[in-house]
Design a protein around this ligand. Structure first.
Ligand SMILES: Cc1cc2nc3c(=O)[nH]c(=O)nc-3n(C[C@H](O)[C@H](O)[C@H](O)COP(=O)(O)OP(=O)(O)OC[C@H]3O[C@@H](n4cnc5c(N)ncnc54)[C@H](O)[C@@H]3O)c2cc1C
Length: 383
């Protein structure tokens, strides 16, 4: 019997396992893939605040950024720059592997090529039915943590509902010339409702990607062709990989003996789709609540409700403002997006937002509300 069984060895599952094993609990992590991290579709941009808050995740950093360029549909550029580093790009597989290794060093056990098919309930534990190299095996735990990422089906089967809104992402590694800054591209012809990016990583390489509700692969091919024509990209041999991003939270993230964390719970910034920092913050809250449940032998839904209350107190405002801004942006046409760029440039809104002491790469709610104090901008956003 394990104290906690963890479904999924992404960064959030491994960090939760690390915390619980570090508290002295017997933890088993199931990962459906044969190895950690190799299939992750992620750009790996993580804000500096995350590394300060979680020194343990300081792994696989490829490069650091203090500025970025934002391009309008017609190519107008807004450059945002700070004196200090704002974000890092990590090698996602290396980042995930290092977290899994730290969890193992604390004593967490990992089982690979082990897909959790079902979780059922017994009097004093949960039972995980696991498809393991062609065989079905059962494992028991006092608690289950579901951290199986985007598209997880277990929460719905456990009566916790379904994430109602999501977006698809496509990304490819490309070669670049002398590209030094992150570039972000807006426009309904480029990435409908969302944005595209070119993020230099290391060794003359970069990640080109975008988010879109439909056909992300074909939009990405167009973006790459356009970047090639502009000379920003120097190779067109691209293997596109795909992933999904939840834009809204799971209706319920706990029940007796179960909590759901990370992308599986929809704990993601709706503005950018970044999920690593928010997922880690929620994993910390989950670890504390699970510790309390294990210590008191009380795994009731009432006790575990503290987890949802805790993470919602931390993130709800951000998720709500971010989601509202995202949905409103999705409805804009290219002319309105151009207009936004013009208003921001003419009024120096970007510079004044950067000057606020609470400006943050990770918390966008206040910056959005501040920008909307500009009347013409507020009008475009229907406020
Ligand atoms: C194109 C793209 C770019 C992104 N860029 C960024 C970025 O720059 N910065 C950022 O912060 N976020 C980014 N994200 C989001 C980020 O990738 C996720 O928020 C993050 O991976 C969530 O971690 P997780 O541990 O919750 O889930 P995951 O990383 O998805 O891990 C879940 C794990 O569970 C395993 N699993 C699933 N089902 C089962 C099962 N039944 N049994 C056993 N194992 C199972 C999976 O194999 C996987 O290893 C991006 C996403 C996309 C799609």
């Amino acid at each position: 019997m394990y104290d906690a069984i963890v479904v999924g060895a992404g960064p959030i599952g491994s960090y939760t396992a690390y915390r619980l094993a570090g508290l002295g609990y017997k933890v088993l992590v199931f990962e459906r893939r044969p190895k950690v991290g190799d299939a992750a579709c992620c750009t790996g941009i993580i804000g500096k605040e995350c590394f300060t808050h979680f020194p343990i995740v300081n792994n696989g950093v490829l490069t650091q950024y203090s500025s970025a360029k934002f391009f309008s549909p017609s190519g107008k550029c807004l450059r945002l720059s700070k004196d200090s580093v704002q974000a890092c790009v990590v090698d996602r597989p290396a980042f995930d592997r290092a977290l899994a290794q730290k969890a193992q060093e604390e004593g967490a056990e990992y089982l690979f090529s082990a897909r959790v098919e079902d979780i059922s309930f017994r009097d004093n534990c949960v039972k995980a039915t696991v498809e393991c190299k062609g065989e079905n095996r059962d494992f028991e735990g006092r608690m289950a943590v579901i951290s199986s990422g985007f598209g997880a089906s277990l929460p719905q089967r456990l009566g916790l509902g379904k994430i109602s809104d999501f977006v698809l992402g496509a990304q490819a590694e490309v070669k670049v010339g002398d590209l030094k800054e992150v570039e972000v591209y807006f426009g309904q012809e480029i990435a409908p409702g969302f944005f595209g990016w070119l993020v230099p990583t290391s060794g003359g390489k970069a990640l080109a990607g975008l988010l879109s509700r439909r056909s992300p692969g074909s939009y990405l091919k167009n973006l790459i062709a356009s970047l090639l024509a502009q000379g920003k990209i120097t190779s067109n041999e691209t293997k596109i990989i795909y992933g999904g991003i939840p834009l809204s939270p799971l209706p319920k993230t706990y029940r007796e003996r179960v909590v759901v964390v990370g992308d599986a719970a929809g704990q993601v910034k709706p503005t950018t789709g970044g999920g690593i920092y928010y997922g880690l913050l929620c994993a910390d809250i989950a670890a504390e609540v699970i510790h309390d449940a294990l210590r008191t032998d009380d795994f009731s839904a009432k006790r575990l409700a503290r987890y949802e209350k805790g993470w919602k107190a931390k993130l709800s405002r951000e998720l709500e403002i971010g989601y509202w801004a995202r949905k409103t942006y999705e409805r804009l046409g290219d002319r309105q997006i151009e207009n936004i760029f013009d208003i921001i440039q003419a009024n120096n809104i970007h510079e004044s937002i950067l000057q606020y002491p609470d400006f943050s790469f990770d918390w966008h709610g206040d910056s959005i509300l501040r920008a909307l104090k500009n009347e013409p901008l507020a009008k475009i956003f229907g406020r």
